[in-house]
Design a protein. Structure first.
Length: 143
């Protein structure tokens, strides 16, 4: 099993940390309100503070002998290596479990796509190729 942390673009870390700070600042006055304010503050703390930090600190990719497991905060994907059809380099800004625009787009199954951004992309590709994922070897040759 090999675990790869996500590469993190500085601008995205600043935006996500800033969002958590703004949410935290909004919680303080809400927490002083009567009972309903406490519940709103707790919800805001969970969504506005914890979620961005969880995603920022908890995005990684695990390769087992048979699967690619992607985790980004509370979100999870499990892709059988045998279903990977292609891997391309991309800078697409579409939503994905990737904290950098230096991404790999993984095509799998019947038309499914997932973009990831392993910090050590070359080592990630070597690990995929070592596990028999032919698309990894092809993508390495193309880069």
């Amino acid at each position: 099993m090999a675990v790869f942390r996500s590469k993190i673009d500085v601008w995205l870390a600043v935006v996500m940390t800033g969002a958590a700070i703004v949410a935290l600042a909004a919680i303080v006055p809400l927490a002083r309100l009567p009972s309903a304010g406490i519940w709103i503050a707790a919800l805001l703390a969970g969504v506005g503070v914890a979620l961005p930090l969880w995603v920022l600190l908890g995005t990684h990719y695990t390769l087992t002998d048979s699967t690619l497991q992607v985790r980004s905060g509370p979100f999870r994907w499990r892709i059988p290596l045998s279903e990977i059809n292609g891997i391309e380099h991309t800078r697409s800004p579409l939503s994905s479990p990737a904290l950098s625009l230096d991404r790999l787009q993984i095509s799998y199954g019947r038309g499914s796509l997932l973009m990831i951004s392993p910090r050590d992309r070359d080592a990630f590709m070597r690990e995929l190729a070592a596990r028999g994922v032919a698309a990894a070897a092809t993508a390495q040759l193309a880069s």
